[in-house]
Structures are given as C-alpha cells and as structure tokens.
Design a protein around this ligand. Structure first.
Ligand SMILES: Cc1cc2nc3c(=O)[nH]c(=O)nc-3n(C[C@H](O)[C@H](O)[C@H](O)COP(=O)(O)OP(=O)(O)OC[C@H]3O[C@@H](n4cnc5c(N)ncnc54)[C@H](O)[C@@H]3O)c2cc1C
Ligand code: SF4
Length: 495
C-alpha cells in the first residue's frame, strides 16, 4: 500500500450515482460516467493489507483483492489487470452486478466502512479495456477435442472461455437470439449496459469460441445427438423455472411473471421493439417478491412512468446494522439495503406515502380482485409475523393493474426436453445432480451454474464455469492446469 495510514485518513467514497431525476429518464447505467477513476486510487489505499484477508475468502472466485488494491493505489494498472484476470474472466460484470460479499468480509468492516472492493474491481476492468490490456488470448495449439456448452449465461461463457483458451474447440448453444443469459434479457441495462457484454463476446469469438444462437438443445438439436457429436458437453442452462403464487384471482389478466416482463423491456433497449407490449406506463404496479429481481422490476416500472409502484416482501424489515449474534462478521448479513431502484421510487414520489422506498415488509398476498372484463384491479394483503402468522386486523388492499411476480426460481426449465432426452438425474429440489467433479450421471456430460447450484449470483456462476472447465479439461486430457476456485457443494460463508 502506498499509504499505510490510508484507512485512518481517507473516508469511504462510493462511485457516485447520477441524480435520480436524470437517470430515470434513460436506461443508461446509474453511475456518473468518469467519476470513479479520480477517486479510486485513494480508495484502494484504504486497504490495510491485514495479513489474513477474509475478503479473498468471501469472494467465490478467490479474487486477489489485497494484491490489486496495492497495485491500484500505486497506479500500476497493467499489473492490476493481470492479477484480476488471473481469477475472474469477466470482472466488469461482477464489478457492476455483484452484491460484494467480499466487502462484508473486509477486516476494516469490523468497525469502519469496508474498502470499496467492488468499485476497485470495476475500475481495473474498465481501465484494462481502455489501455488495451484485455486482448483476445487464443490458444497456442489445438487439442483436437470438442466441447458443446449449452447456455451462454455467465457460467457457460466462463466455461467456454477457459476451455477455448486450453485449446479445445468449443461451441456454445443458446436458445435465445443473442448470447448472455440473464445478463442479456433479465438484468436491466441501468445495472449493466450491454456494451460490456458485447466486448467480451467479441473477445471470445476472436479466441475461437463459436456461438450457435437461436438453437434450443432438446428442441432444435437433439440432446443425445449433441452428446455423440462432441467429446464432452457442459450443461449451463440456468434455473429459469419460476415459482408461482397460488392465490385466488391469479388467473386474472394483468398478472405476469417478472421474467415475462423484464425481457420485453430489455428488447426495447436492444432496439428490437419500439415499446414494450407489457409497459407499466400509467399503471398501478405491485411487485410480489422482495428480492433483486423485484427491485429490477421496480426500476424498470419507474422508467416506464408507472402511476405508482409497491414492492411486497414477506420478510420483516431488516435492521440497518449487522446482528452480530446471528450473522457475525465476516458473513454476508441480511440488513436493510437501499438499491438504486428503491432510491428512485422514493424520490419520484411513486411510492405510497406511508412506505417511503416503495417496499412493504412482512406483507403476504391474500388474493386478487378483478373488474368485469377479468382484469386485475386490486391486491389484498395481510401483515405477517416472523413465523408467517397473520397479524389480526392488518388486512389492506392496494390498487393494482399490473402485478409482477418475482418469487424466485426452482431449477432448469424442462420444456425443451434437454434434461429428459439425456436422462439426467435430478436433485429433489429440481436442479441437475452432479458428483464432486461436476459430472452428471451421463458419461461426458457436466453441469454448472444455476442449473445445478440453483438460482444464485453471477460471481458463483463464473466460479462454477471456471471449475467445470477444469473438470472437463481433466476428463479430456487426463490432467488440467486450469484453476478450480470452488467445488460443487461450496456455499457462502455462514456461522
Ligand atoms: C432479473 C434478475 C436479475 C438478477 N440480477 C443479478 C445481479 O444484479 N447480480 C447477480 O450477481 N446476480 C443477479 N441475478 C442472478 C444471475 O443472473 C444468475 O445467477 C446467473 O445469470 C446464472 O448464470 P447461468 O450461466 O447459470 O445461467 P443463465 O444466466 O440463466 O443462462 C442460462 C442460458 O441457458 C440458455 N438455455 C437454457 N436452456 C437451453 C437449451 N435447452 N438450449 C440452449 N440454451 C439454453 C438460456 O436461454 C440462458 O441464456 C439476477 C437474476 C435475475 C433473474
Ligand atoms: S466478484 Fe464480487 S465478491 Fe469477488 S471481489 Fe468482486 S465484488 Fe467482491
């Protein structure tokens, strides 16, 4: 570190967000362009070089955080980019989208605000592209082995890049018309502009990875046929089978799943549609589900100029600070977090006045009421306690003419026939079963990412992609020098 007292003299400063009134009028990223670079070296210098870096342990990729903090504090971008790319194929994705469990595990966070690790990561990644430090790295020679990767989300892309660079001939099969998985049609542009994705895809194509788009394995090409054509197959098909809300009135018009709503808004940003056929404009929107997918619906509905937006969370409102008894440092605590989207709903006054950031906590949906045309008009809810018992006399109704269900996902979508055609064994909770080497019950077929882990995060998907690549490389050649940051059963740190 350039200044050993940096953590005592420099306060934490995050990458500033653009003013709410400005950013809700476009779909660009919420951050002020160019405002991170001038502050980031001093922020990296807040790293104490503590000796036992729990941040590194808390990051599923094992990112070498103290090392690149030191390099950034000295403005050595070349070495920082090298150290960052040694553990992460796509740091500009995680630097924008990761919830940063590393920061919860930062030693400084025991009694001060953590180092802005995620901001340092994205600054290095963006600077690497600006300075030409992220060129394609095609393999020196080809192995003569072929691999099919099913799914082009972060897990499939990371697996494909690692295997291509190791010399194997890799084709990525994707049922959508563009690659990227949930980073393409799920996550909104205001969280990550698609130019970051395109740049990596260009890099991958230049390295030799092939993409077979608009090709659903199981429907457009037989899964067993794919297995016989390639030496190995990686299933990275995601977990997009959504959970339902089984309450009276669910059949009314105007009630949609989040992943029916978000892709249409993303297609407007891609230029495929003039406007979304499922726009929130002028509507009273209720989002059922308190997680990040719900927050993405919220930010999207605000940009589409909804009349009002409310997000229902069945859990009670978490406290502002970590409960040291239940979730001690260095675990990732459940605390009250105000995402960019929540900030926007409040500032625009689209939230019901009593609930400033648009969220209603401890709220359980009872039923929907419709009009004579069968369209939803109202949602009835009741307050519940921590044991999900109804609180007496707490029933209330909300106007609702667009309801978005964001209740999570149970496992891979079985509709294409991929799982059944291959005869893949499944876990009881609906994900693909695999052994501790990422191998499924079908020889030569491996599984990675949300499809096997269950709905998770981009950082875990990239880590899975890197690890499955090492397993496949070993299967094809007898040994592997590719890194494997996680095992299939590794989970976030808990007490
Ligand atoms: C709305 C939303 C917002 C999110 N926001 C964040 C966030 O901010 N930060 C974060 O860390 N995580 C976020 N997540 C979670 C994160 O996106 C996922 O954990 C991650 O994308 C999983 O990666 P994956 O590669 O396993 O699968 P996916 O990204 O789901 O990709 C799977 C791909 O496989 C394709 N596919 C499926 N079946 C077939 C088939 N039969 N043939 C060919 N192709 C097929 C799909 O079309 C898809 O493109 C979010 C999730 C959602 C739904
Ligand atoms: S990938 Fe996530 S956990 Fe790892 S260093 Fe980056 S922000 Fe932290």
């Amino acid at each position: 570190m350039a200044d050993p007292k940096g953590f005592m003299t420099t306060p934490r400063q995050d990458w500033p967000r653009r003013p709410v009134g400005e950013r809700v009028r476009d779909w660009d990223e919420v951050y002020v362009p160019g405002a991170l670079l001038p502050i980031i070296s001093a922020q990296a210098d807040r790293c104490m070089d503590c000796g036992v870096p729990f941040c590194h342990e808390a990051c599923p990729l094992g990112n070498l955080i103290p090392e690149w903090n030191d390099l950034v504090s000295r403005d050595d971008w070349r070495a920082a980019a090298e150290r960052l790319h040694a553990t992460n194929n796509f740091p500009e994705f995680t630097g924008r989208l990761c919830p940063a469990p590393c920061e919860a595990g930062c030693v400084l966070a025991i009694n001060q605000p953590a180092v802005t690790i995620k901001n340092v990561e994205v600054a290095i990644a963006d600077r690497a592209w600006e300075l030409g430090l992220a060129p394609p790295r095609p393999p020196d020679r080809l192995s003569g082995r072929t691999v099919a990767v099913v799914g082009s989300g972060p897990a499939g892309l990371a697996a494909a890049q690692q295997l291509t660079r190791a010399g194997h001939t890799v084709a990525v099969y994707e049922k959508d018309d563009r690659p990227g998985g949930l980073m393409r049609y799920g996550i909104p542009e205001f969280k990550m502009e698609r130019r970051h994705l395109e740049r990596r895809l260009d890099q991958m194509r230049a390295e030799g990875t092939r993409f077979r788009l608009s090709t659903a394995v199981g429907r457009d090409v037989g899964a067993a046929e794919l297995r016989s054509r390639y030496d190995a197959v990686v299933i990275a098909a995601g977990a997009t089978a959504w959970r339902e809300l089984d309450v009276p009135g669910r059949e009314l018009e105007g009630i949609w799943q989040a992943m029916e709503y978000l892709p249409l808004a993303n297609r407007v940003c891609e230029g495929d549609l003039e406007e979304s056929p499922l726009s929130a404009e002028g509507k009273h929107v209720v989002i059922v589900g308190g997680g990040d997918t719900g927050a993405d619906c919220l930010g999207t509905a605000v940009r589409q100029r909804a009349a009002s937006v409310t997000q229902l969370d069945i859990y009670g409102q978490p406290g502002a600070d970590r409960d040291h008894e239940v979730e001690p440092w260095p675990t990732y605590p459940k605390i009250y977090r105000l995402s960019a989207a929540h900030e926007e709903a409040d500032a625009l006054g689209t939230a019901p006045s009593a609930d400033a950031d648009a969220r209603l906590f401890a709220a359980s949906t009872l039923h929907f009421t419709g009009d004579a045309d069968g369209r939803v008009r109202e949602l009835s809810l009741v307050e519940v306690d921590a044991g999900r018992r109804e609180v007496p006399d707490s029933t209330r109704t909300l106007p609702a003419d667009l309801v978005l269900l964001a209740l999570g996902f149970s496992g891979p979508d079985r509709g294409d026939g991929l799982v059944d055609q291959l005869g893949l064994a499944m876990e009881p909770r609906g994900t693909i079963a695999r052994d501790d080497g990422f191998a499924t019950n079908v020889p030569g077929v491996f599984a990675a990412g949300d499809a096997a882990r269950g709905a998770s995060l981009i950082v875990w998907a990239i880590a899975e992609g890197r690890s499955v690549a090492a397993a496949v490389d070993r299967y094809l050649t007898g040994s592997s020098r590719l890194p494997a940051p996680i095992g299939p059963y590794d989970r976030p740190m808990v007490v």
